[in-house]
Design a protein around this ligand. Sequence first.
Ligand SMILES: [Zn+2]
Length: 211
Amino acid sequence: MANPETFYFTLPSGKRPDLFPLNEQKHPAYDWLTSNRARERGGAASDAIDTIVIHATAGYATQDAIDTWRRDGNVASAHWIIPDEDEPKHGNVVWATVAEAKAARHVRDTINVSETVLGEGSNVNNRSLGIEIVNTQDVEEYRDPFSVWQTTMTARVVLYAWAKYPKLKHVISHAKLDSTRRADPGKKFPWMEFREAVLNYSALPNKPAGG
Ligand SMILES: [Zn+2]
């Protein structure tokens, strides 16, 4: 079974796609999260962003993640949420939850990036975008597979971001960045299929729900 601590690939320079549309919708909490759970990047997003981090929520629904982020004392957030197959938006849209121009806090700030594959650079949150996929990650009794649509849409978000941010290079799991504390998106996430969908530009829009 795949080890999420190995989930990583780079985007080949010179093969960046042209403008790649993304079927996203601003979540009702978008403005609040952008104002209260994100910060300035310390530079233009197009200069700062070179990394995209793949997460899973460990919950049953988009709202669980939103409620967690909104809880008093919490500082976490991410830029998108990919809904689960029993949610109305599954098969249709990705939730935009934080403005891309701002740094969400989806990875521990104190990670020393020079000790990771990212190499020297600023704080990982300042240089990255974060995608959360709604999935319970229950590994022992596996009841919540990632849907084909979820995997495809995660790839589409990466393609969208790659087309938009010229320095985007690293596609990495949270588990690889912070292996002592995190295992997401989990060993059941089909990383190789996801990687193929990105690198072959085969992430098709409008996959049927539940597919
Ligand atoms: Zn995570």
